[in-house]
Design a protein. Structure first.
Length: 317
């Protein structure tokens, strides 16, 4: 895992930044001083919890309260407090709330909403129309496989599907809704169907007009983590190989942090020629971005309790 220098960077820079950026209402915005939102709050909360596991620090306790307050009556979470429509961020909030027993009911409601929320591009009617469309050869994907969308009622995308799988995979069986098994299977099939030919994933389609899509680090890392229950599957191995080959070319701290987390979980050695995360901080302080600081904290930390059991088992004692 992290070297002594990296762990010191985590303890003296990343975690203090996250603690200082918390708003009085218990949440975080994307930057210090900005409006609290469920998404950056969930990431910051995950980072703080892992750094103090199994204890729950006081800032995390206030964050749990903020997240529960912003849940909608139907069990979902909106992108901003006060909005009336839930979205993909429900997976993130449920995933974060799993660390607190008092949030079990909120998690159960959120996952129930998530399992009932179906993307509309893969309904039977839409699939029937697609068979007659002149565009059917442009995006050669199997629409019978269904993940999750960013916005309710739209199309399946790689990252929200990965987050949904991670939340369901980390959840105790007692809190899982009845539809969880089916949703997980369809979502896993959807991710494999959307993998780029040379390994890895981009945001959506692997082929357009017969041209292979270009893989991207962040969707690839999240997809691999979501599919970590099948580490030896050929598609996973091919994608981990792609990620490992491209580490030296990563030019953003968020991508680098997720690549590091993913490779270590899959048992790959971190390349010696990889950039240093602390060097990125020296350049621009991660643009004081809460989400990036949280991802770096998760990558450099020694705890993996936020991941499903088969992935968390790779943590350092």
């Amino acid at each position: 895992m992290g070297t002594e220098t990296e762990l010191r960077f985590l303890q003296t820079i990343c975690l203090p930044f996250l603690r200082s950026a918390q708003n009085p209402d218990g949440g975080w915005g994307f930057q210090p001083g900005s409006e609290s939102r469920p998404e950056p709050t969930s990431w910051a909360l995950q980072a703080l919890i892992q750094s103090s596991w199994p204890e729950i620090p006081e800032p995390a306790a206030r964050a749990f309260q903020f997240i529960r307050r912003t849940q909608l009556p139907n069990g979902s979470w909106p992108p901003i407090p006060g909005a009336k429509t839930g979205c993909w961020v429900t997976a993130l909030t449920c995933w974060a709330l799993l660390a607190e027993e008092n949030s079990a009911n909120a998690v159960a409601m959120g996952l129930d909403w998530l399992c009932k929320e179906w993307p509309q591009d893969s309904t039977p009617w839409r699939r029937l129309l697609a068979t007659f469309s002149s565009q059917r050869g442009i995006f050669p994907i199997n629409n019978s496989y269904r993940g999750w969308s960013w916005t309710p009622g739209t199309s399946s995308w790689v990252e929200p599907t990965a987050f949904g799988l991670l939340a369901l995979g980390a959840c105790p069986a007692a809190l899982l809704p009845a539809a969880a098994g089916r949703r997980r299977k369809l979502a896993e099939l959807m991710l494999y169907d959307r993998m780029c030919p040379g390994g890895g994933w981009n945001c959506g389609n692997p082929l357009v007009y017969g041209v292979a899509g270009e893989s991207m680090v962040i969707p690839t890392a999240w997809a691999l983590l979501a599919l970590g229950n099948q580490p030896q599957r050929s598609e996973n191995v091919l994608s981990v190989d792609w990620l490992e080959r491209n580490v030296a070319n990563i030019d953003g701290p968020g991508s680098l942090a997720l690549a590091r987390l993913c490779l270590e979980v899959y048992g790959r050695k971190w390349p010696s020629n990889a950039p240093e995360l602390s060097d990125y901080y020296k350049k621009n302080e991660f643009l004081r971005n809460v989400q990036i600081a949280a991802w770096v904290s998760l990558a450099l930390g020694t705890k993996r309790h936020f991941l499903p059991a088969q992935l968390a088992s790779t943590e350092t004692p």
